[in-house]
Design a protein around this ligand. Structure first.
Ligand code: VGL
Ligand code: ZN
Length: 210
């Protein structure tokens, strides 16, 4: 079993209504992981959450591109972009974190994706690979250690967050059974392959909880 120390951090990614059943970009089984995330969170002194947080005319929405449908790709100045149904529009219910999360000791909520013209899957930096969210600075200033990533979705915001955590030099693990995937056009397999290459550990919750 893994020993979680007081400097380790659980990063809970995008547990918001639009990614849960009934939401506009529902991730299959997303609600099933809420109790497990609550249980895991109790093992951590430090918990950080992320919140996808878009203006209504966000560039990642298919609705903003004439003739385009959700899950099609387009090329943007910073690279290829998957187009999504409108989701996590700021100050709407869909953008709210699930009220079933029970993490009163959560310390920081990083919002991301609030710039109209750039998407941000990662909790660390936007899709232009340049604009930082401040999370790395926060972790550094608090001298926090290993990172464990859970939440939604494995192949997008969890995966990109874990890859950027590794790139920032953190020992990083994804707790697989505390995530669920969108799995669009092979995205889940690709995400795990990239994470493996980068040295992100693929754990199960029993590795932490016993
Ligand atoms: C996400 C697609 C668009 C995620 C966010 O949380 O994985 N996916 N925005
Ligand atoms: Zn989004």
């Amino acid at each position: 079993m893994l020993d979680i120390t007081p400097s380790d951090v659980l990063i809970v990614v995008d547990m918001q209504y639009d990614f849960l059943p009934g939401g506009s970009l529902a991730v299959g089984g997303g609600d099933e992981i809420v109790p497990l995330i609550n249980t895991l969170a109790k093992r951590f002194t430090n918990v950080v959450l992320t919140q996808d947080w878009h203006p209504a005319d966000h560039i990642s929405f298919a609705s903003q591109h004439e003739g385009k449908n959700p899950f099609e790709m387009i090329d943007l100045p910073y690279g290829p972009q998957v187009l999504w149904p409108d989701h996590c529009i700021w100050n709407t219910h869909g953008a709210d974190l699930s009220a079933d999360l029970d993490i009163p000791h959560g310390q920081l909520i990083i919002r991301k994706g609030y710039n109209q013209s750039v998407d941000s899957y990662s909790g660390f930096q936007e899709a232009d690979r340049r604009t930082r969210t401040g999370l790395a600075g926060y972790l550094a200033e608090r001298d926090l250690g290993k990172l464990y990533v859970v939440g939604l979705a494995t192949d997008f915001c969890v995966g990109w967050t874990a890859l950027d955590a590794r790139a920032a030099g953190y020992h990083t693990s994804v707790v697989e059974d505390a995530t669920r995937a969108i799995d669009n056009a092979g995205s889940l397999e690709k995400a795990w392959a990239e994470m493996q290459t980068a040295g992100v550990s693929r754990l199960q919750s029993k590795d932490i909880l016993g």
